[in-house]
Design a protein around this ligand. Sequence first.
Ligand code: ADP
Ligand code: NI
Length: 216
Amino acid sequence: MNTSHIISRTEDFVQEQLGQDTTGHDWWHSDRVRNTACAIAAQEQADPFICAMAALLHDVADEKLNPSKEAGMGKVRNWLLSCLEDHSQIDHILEIIDTMSYSGGGGQPMKTLEGQVVQDADRLDALGAVGIARTFVFSGAKGRPMHDPGLPPREESLKAEYRDYSKGTAVNHFYEKLLKLKDLMNTSYGRKLAEERHGFMLHFLEEFYKEWNAGS
Ligand code: ADP
Ligand code: NI
């Protein structure tokens, strides 16, 4: 199989696996992350095939969609064994996905350029216009309000037990996570894209507060 055939079969596999997901990890998220990863890979001279495969598959192993993280990784490994012969490629893709799965890759640094590219692409999908839309969809799905002016913005993540209707607003998610992501980018092209999207989110918040306060 040539690489474009492997990618197109993998697209079908991921659509099958994620098609019904409503937690923000639907097929179109994977598709956008793949497209952004390929754009960054081209600028950073990273291997486009490894980046595309890891980006497409990065959420298939997600704990939320599998009985356990190990079961999820097993599913991805079996898929890769069914379409790739080069074990160094299989190991590389698995290593990227495994590292990313630690709460958005928060704890562990990526070991390879391709891993850095895919992690940047995943973070970029939480930023800008798409990131704003995902945040409000996520909050709505959890039954949370979009904003509560009585709560000052806080940068610390609220503990799970306090993430109730009154505390975890969509707007607060910008302060606890989204506005911090641009400083975590790995690649210079990823950082450039993140800075643009960061600026758009600041502009959105400014406009949001203006309208909230009678539009003046
Ligand atoms: P990923 O696995 O793609 O890095 P997450 O699972 O952390 O992303 O989140 C999926 C989407 O939901 C993201 O766009 C994220 O910003 C949004 N999201 C996650 N947690 C919250 C929250 N507490 N409030 C609002 N949106 C959230
Ligand atoms: Ni993701």
